[in-house]
Design a protein. Structure first.
Lengths: 299, 279
C-alpha cells in the first residue's frame, strides 16, 4: 500500500506536465519579452528597423540631466505616496477594527477604489480636480483659501501633489484591508492578559498590536512600494506626465519614449532600468518573505 | 474590555467619517454630478445644491457616446475571456503545486511572485512587436493575451491554497481502493474545489476588468474592440466634456464589478489576505 501511495504522490513527470502550460505561457509572454527588452536596449530599434548601437542608449540616457531628474522625482513621488498609504491605512485599520456597530459595512465600503478600474476612478478625480467647476476648487474658493479658480493639474507643484493624492486613494484600501486582517490575527489572550494587568488602550496598541503586525507592515511597505513604482494609469490619465514633465516618473517616461515616439531602443533602455530596480525590490521582498516563513516554521 | 465610553465612540466614528469621506467622496460626487444638469455643473465656484436632479444623463449618454453599449459589452467579454483562459492554465498548475513534491517547487513559486511585480509597462515594446508580427494588433486578442499572463501568478497562489485545504487522505483512500486519477478528479477534487474555483474566477474577472487600460490604449486603436475605460478616456480630450454624462457612463460601466464584489467581498478579501497574514 505504501508503494502504491508513493506512486500517487511522487510522479514528478506528471507534476511538471500539469505546470507546463502555465509555465510556457509565462515564458512566452513575460520572460521572453523581458530578455528581448534587454536586447532591444542595445539597438536603435524603431518602426523602420534596427541596428546594434552598443551602449549608446544608456550613455545618452545616463548623461541626460532630464533623466536623472526623472529618477529622483520617481523616488520622491513614491516616498510620499507609500508613506501616506501606510499611515492612512494603519489609522483606517485601527478605526475599523474597533468593535462598534456598522463596522462590517464600513469594511466593505473601503474597497471600491481598489475594485473599480483605476482609469474610471481617475475620470472621477479629473472632475474633482477641475479648476473652475470641481468640488475641491469650489470648497477652496468658498472658504477663501483660494482667491479664484485653480487648476490643480495645471501647475507643477500642485499636479505633483494631486497625482500623489489620487495614487494614495487607489492604494489605501488594499493596505487597510491587509492591516485589518493582521490585527484580527493577533491572539485575543494577549489583550486579555494586558487588560488584567491594567494596560491602557494606548499601551495595548503600542505594546501588543503594533509589534504583532510588524511583519505585515514591512511586507505591505515593500509591496506598495512596488505597486506605486509601477503606477501608470493614474498619472497618465490625470496629467500624461505634465505639466512640463512635473509628474513624469520612470514608468511614464518609458512609455512616452517607446510608444509615444516609437523609439523602441531608447524606451527599452529605460525599461531595463525599471527592471533592475524592480528586481531589487522583488529580491528584498522575497528574501523577507523567506525569512518570515522560516521564523514561523521554527516556532 | 471592548466597551467604549461615549467620548471614545464619538472620536472613533468621526475618524471613520473622515476616512470614509476620502475613500468615497469621488464616487458620491460622480453620482451626484451624473444627476445634475450640465448648466448647474458649469458654474464657478462649485454649487453644492441643485434642485433639478434627474436621470436624464443616463438616457442622453447613449447618444453622446455612440459606442457605449459596445464598450460595455467589450469590457464584459474581455474580462470573462481573460478569467476563463486564466483558469484553464491555472487549475492544473495549482493542483500540481498543492499535491506534488518536485525539484524547484519553491523556487518556481517565488519566481511567480516576482513576475507579479513587473508591470506590463516594461514589456510593452517587445509585446507590441510580437503582436504586430502576428497581426494581432487592434483585436480582442491584443488585450486578452497579455492580460492573462499577469493574472496567472496570483491565481496559482490563490487556488493552490484552496486545493491544499482538501484533505489528501480522501484522495489516497480512493486511490488505494482502485479509483483512477480521472475518477478522483471528477468525484473528489472537482466538487470540493468548486468554491475555490469560483473565488479565483471572480478574482481574475475583477483583475481583468481593472487592467483594461494600458494594454487597451497601447495595442488597440479600433473603437469596436475598446473596453469602457479606454473608450471613455477618448472623450476626455474633447473641448467641452459633458461631465454629467461622462460620470453616468462611468458608473454604469463599473456597476457590474461593484455588484460582483459586494456580493462576494467576504470570500475575496479572505482569500487575498490569507496568504500574506499567515506567512
Amino acid at each position: 500500500m505504501k508503494q502504491k501511495l508513493k506512486s500517487y504522490n511522487s510522479q514528478t513527470y506528471l507534476a511538471y506536465a500539469l505546470i507546463a502550460p502555465a509555465a510556457l505561457y509565462i515564458v512566452l509572454i513575460v520572460a521572453w519579452p523581458l530578455l528581448e527588452t534587454i536586447r532591444l536596449s542595445f539597438t536603435n530599434s524603431s518602426l523602420a528597423g534596427e541596428d546594434y548601437v552598443g551602449f549608446e542608449n544608456y550613455q545618452k540616457m545616463l548623461s541626460s540631466k532630464k533623466f536623472n531628474g526623472i529618477v529622483t522625482r520617481t523616488f520622491v513621488w513614491m516616498f510620499f505616496s507609500v508613506s501616506l498609504k501606510l499611515i492612512i491605512g494603519l489609522i483606517g485599520a485601527v478605526l475599523l477594527n474597533a468593535n462598534l456597530k456598522g463596522r462590517s459595512i464600513f469594511r466593505v465600503l473601503v474597497m471600491p477604489p481598489w475594485v473599480v478600474p483605476i482609469a474610471i476612478g481617475m475620470l472621477g478625480w479629473l472632475w474633482l480636480y477641475n479648476g473652475y467647476f470641481g468640488i475641491i476648487a469650489g470648497v477652496g474658493m468658498r472658504t477663501g483659501i483660494l482667491d479664484g479658480p485653480f487648476g490643480f493639474l495645471a501647475y507643477k507643484q500642485s499636479a505633483f501633489i494631486s497625482t500623489i493624492i489620487a495614487d494614495v486613494w487607489v492604494g489605501t484600501p488594499m493596505v487597510t484591508v491587509f492591516f485589518l486582517a493582521a490585527m484580527q490575527g493577533v491572539p485575543r489572550d494577549l489583550y486579555e492578559a494586558a487588560y488584567c494587568d491594567g494596560a491602557s488602550r494606548w499601551d495595548r496598541f503600542f505594546k501588543i498590536t503594533l509589534p504583532q503586525i510588524t511583519p505585515v507592515i514591512i511586507t505591505m511597505s515593500l509591496l506598495s512600494a512596488i505597486w506605486t513604482f509601477n503606477s501608470f494609469e493614474i498619472i497618465w490619465i490625470l496629467t500624461e506626465g505634465g505639466p512640463r514633465g512635473a509628474t513624469t516618473t520612470l514608468i511614464i517616461d518609458t512609455y512616452k519614449q517607446a510608444l509615444g515616439n516609437y523609439k523602441f531602443g531608447r524606451g527599452a533602455a529605460r525599461a531595463v532600468v525599471v527592471m533592475i530596480l524592480l528586481t531589487l525590490f522583488a529580491g528584498f521582498y522575497l528574501a523577507l518573505l523567506a525569512r518570515i516563513n522560516k521564523k514561523i516554521s521554527h516556532e | 474590555m471592548n466597551k467604549y465610553n461615549t467620548f471614545e465612540k464619538i472620536f472613533i466614528y468621526s475618524g471613520i467619517l473622515i476616512f470614509m469621506t476620502f475613500i468615497l467622496l469621488p464616487f458620491v460626487e460622480m453620482f451626484y454630478a451624473s444627476l445634475r444638469p450640465l448648466d448647474h455643473l458649469f458654474r464657478s465656484p462649485y454649487q453644492f445644491y441643485s434642485d433639478d436632479l434627474s436621470f436624464w444623463a443616463y438616457r442622453e449618454m447613449w447618444n453622446t457616446v455612440p459606442m457605449l453599449g459596445r464598450y460595455i459589452f467589450n469590457s464584459f467579454f474581455l474580462a470573462t475571456s481573460v478569467a476563463v483562459i486564466t483558469l484553464i492554465f491555472v487549475i492544473p498548475a495549482a493542483y500540481s503545486y498543492a499535491r506534488f513534491k518536485f525539484p524547484a517547487k519553491n523556487t518556481s513559486l517565488y519566481v511567480l511572485l516576482a513576475i507579479n511585480m513587473f508591470s506590463g509597462a516594461v514589456l510593452l515594446i517587445p509585446l507590441y512587436k510580437v503582436l504586430r508580427t502576428f497581426g494581432l494588433l487592434n483585436s480582442y486578442q491584443a488585450m486578452i493575451v497579455p492580460g492573462v499572463a499577469f493574472l496567472i501568478p496570483t491565481s496559482i497562489w490563490l487556488l493552490k491554497s484552496y486545493f491544499e485545504k482538501i484533505p489528501i487522505d480522501l484522495e489516497e483512500a480512493a486511490f488505494v481502493d482502485g479509483a483512477s486519477r480521472v475518477q478522483i478528479l471528477r468525484h473528489i477534487i472537482a466538487p470540493l474545489s468548486t468554491p475555490g474555483l469560483v473565488v479565483v474566477g471572480i478574482y481574475a474577472f475583477i483583475g481583468a476588468y481593472a487592467q483594461q487600460f494600458l494594454f487597451a490604449i497601447t495595442f488597440n486603436q479600433k473603437k469596436e474592440y475598446m473596453p469602457i475605460p479606454s473608450g471613455l478616456y477618448e472623450f476626455i480630450g474633447y473641448q467641452s466634456v459633458k461631465w454629467n454624462e461622462m460620470m453616468a457612463a462611468s458608473l454604469v460601466g463599473i456597476a457590474p464589478v461593484l455588484l460582483v464584489f459586494i456580493f462576494l467581498q467576504k470570500y475575496i478579501v479572505e482569500g487575498l489576505t490569507a496568504g500574506a497574514v499567515k506567512n
